[in-house]
Ligand binder design. Structure first.
Ligand SMILES: [Zn+2]
Ligand SMILES: [Zn+2]
Length: 223
């Protein structure tokens, strides 16, 4: 680690509580501008990585994982680098985590701005609807041409809806984005409810519905 500073506020370190989609254990997803992307078992030293057997088996195959375990080797995909976290940062998230148990931080709903804008971030999928009836949402009959014209962008392909909660423990509040997403993009991403996902949203003005977010990119951070 010589010459490499520990990760912290300086490199935009962020920590998100979530549930591992493979083993359903509580884990913490950590990311920073150095490119760190890792699931930790718990907050604080020694910052143990979540070495999830379910994930390893799904990724590397049962035979490889069993062989590594039998030989007492590190599991495939294991990396020692990047686990150094600044003490101040660790202390901040630990304190906030304790505080969260007593009083939930405020959630701010992020509405789409009335101008062209994109927003990229990391969040947990707190709500997921595979398909929504956009005509019904707009209170329009689906068979008319005018309804199709008005909702143009949203009627080209089946749409779903997701809510992304940016629950970064090192932040003072949580932000939530509710957006439309092409059902196809949602399915292809493989992202399911409660997953941590990287996303890009675009603001769009739609007659009747007003300013909305539409999801353009969605992916699991570890692929
Ligand atoms: Zn960093
Ligand atoms: Zn797991």
């Amino acid at each position: 680690m010589t010459g490499i500073a520990a990760h912290g506020a300086w490199c935009n370190a962020r920590t998100f509580p979530t549930i591992c989609s493979h083993c359903k254990e509580e884990v913490f997803y950590f990311s920073c501008d150095c490119g760190s992307r890792v699931f930790f078992e718990e907050l604080g030293v020694p910052w143990t990585r979540h070495e999830c057997l379910g994930y390893k088996i799904a990724t590397f195959g049962k035979a490889v994982v069993e062989e590594a375990l039998a030989l007492g080797m590190a599991l495939p995909g294991y990396s020692k680098k990047g686990n150094e976290i600044e003490r101040e940062y660790a202390e901040k998230v630990r304190k906030q985590r304790e505080a969260d148990k007593k009083k939930v931080r405020e959630t701010v709903r992020m509405t789409a701005p009335p101008y062209a804008s994109t927003q990229s971030d990391i969040g947990r999928v707190s709500e997921l609807i595979p398909t929504v009836d956009v005509f019904k949402r707009a209170g329009l009959p689906s068979e008319t041409q005018i309804a199709h014209a008005l909702l143009h962008q949203l009627t080209k392909e089946p749409m779903g809806q997701i809510t992304l909660l940016i629950d970064d423990i090192s932040d003072n509040d949580k932000e939530s984005y509710t957006c439309f997403i092409a059902s196809n993009l949602l399915r292809k991403s493989g992202v399911i409810q409660s997953d941590i996902a990287e996303f890009t949203l675009r603001s769009l003005n739609v007659p009747i519905l007003g300013d909305i977010w539409i999801c353009e990119k969605l992916s699991s951070p570890l692929g």
